[in-house]
Design a protein around this ligand. Structure first.
Ligand code: SF4
Ligand code: SF4
Length: 106
């Protein structure tokens, strides 16, 4: 098991460039309610809890934050967020739902 992980790491760091998903999720912090439903459904552990603090260090808000290097752009969080505060960069909600509806009609 450990040697398999080591082999994967060598392949990853042996490449000239690191590739990542071109489509990643983004949280609109001004409307995020901090419920973290998105974090629970993310299979890639790409969503972190972030505390917003005032100058005295008091927590004033809790929001979700997407680690774009882990995000795989699957869109599960987008479909889960009750306040529509997560979007996939490059895709608006209506575009995503149009794709889902097109797939459902096949
Ligand atoms: S589900 Fe939406 S409102 Fe809740 S923490 Fe995630 S982004 Fe914020
Ligand atoms: S798009 Fe998928 S991988 Fe990226 S944060 Fe949302 S649920 Fe996680």
């Amino acid at each position: 098991m450990a040697s398999a992980a080591a082999a994967k790491s060598m392949v990853l760091f042996g490449a000239d460039m690191l590739e990542r998903e071109p489509v990643v999720a983004f949280v609109e912090s001004s409307t995020c309610a901090g419920c973290l439903y998105c974090q629970k459904v993310c299979a890639y552990n790409a969503i972190e809890r972030r505390e917003v603090r005032d100058r005295q260090g008091n927590i004033t808000n809790v929001i979700a934050f997407v680690n774009s290097s882990l995000c795989q752009g699957c869109g599960t969080c987008n479909a889960t967020c009750p306040s529509k505060s997560i979007e996939l960069i490059g895709f608006k909600d209506d575009q995503i739902f149009a794709q889902i509806n097109a797939f459902a009609e096949v």
